[in-house]
Design a protein. Structure first.
Length: 200
């Protein structure tokens, strides 16, 4: 188990401290964090929808970035999951045998990097590039998502940090590249699909 030992030696002590703190915390707090950890991705979907809606009154490049955001998030997930399938890091709740807020995932459900964190960071980065105001909300939500994954016991902190990094590194260049689709948005604004890319 050299990989498990190496993973726990990085920040296993901090992970254990967080999970023990969660056990001592009020049950409503743990429940709120668990709900956010499980269903928080719905907020990012909502923010993507709002970013698209707001972009319809903006320049075509911004609209193109907003339209491509879901595809960018999927790409970040696929890259992150590929890394996870190569590394095969066991979940910390299995390696360190701690009591956690959320049930420990089954063996073979690898930990490194965090898919939740990668998806959240990718959504936040893409939204930030198309809409700064919504992007600020998404960035805070992405950090909260990452923290919640440690709190419920599903991930080491380094799982979350690399997941956030992968999300940003994939989403940033892909979202910027999406600006090249601006001419397609211009053409759509003169078609029957105009309501998808323009207001009014």
């Amino acid at each position: 188990m050299p990989l498990a030992s190496a993973a726990s030696s990085i920040d296993g002590g901090f992970y254990t401290w967080v999970t023990e703190l969660a056990q001592r915390s009020p049950a409503p707090l743990d429940s709120a964090v668990r709900i956010w950890s499980d269903y928080g991705p719905a907020l990012f979907a909502l923010l993507m929808l709002v970013a698209w809606w707001r972009s319809r009154t903006a320049d075509p490049a911004r609209t193109a970035m907003a339209l491509c955001t879901p595809l960018v998030v999927v790409a970040a997930y696929l890259v992150n999951d590929l890394v996870k399938s190569v590394i095969h890091e066991q979940r910390p709740c299995r390696t360190l045998h701690v009591v956690t807020v959320e049930a420990c995932p089954a063996p073979g459900d690898w930990s490194f990097p965090s898919n939740h964190a990668a998806i959240a960071a990718a959504a936040a980065a893409a939204i930030w590039l198309s809409d700064r105001r919504l992007g600020a909300v998404a960035c805070v939500a992405a950090l909260a998502m990452g923290a919640s994954r440690v709190w419920v016991g599903a991930h080491y902190p380094h799982d979350v940090m690399l997941g956030l990094l992968v999300g940003v590194l994939v989403a940033w260049p892909l979202t910027l590249a999406a600006r090249r689709c601006a001419p397609a948005v211009v053409r759509l604004r003169d078609s029957r699909l105009r309501p998808l890319v323009a207001a009014g």
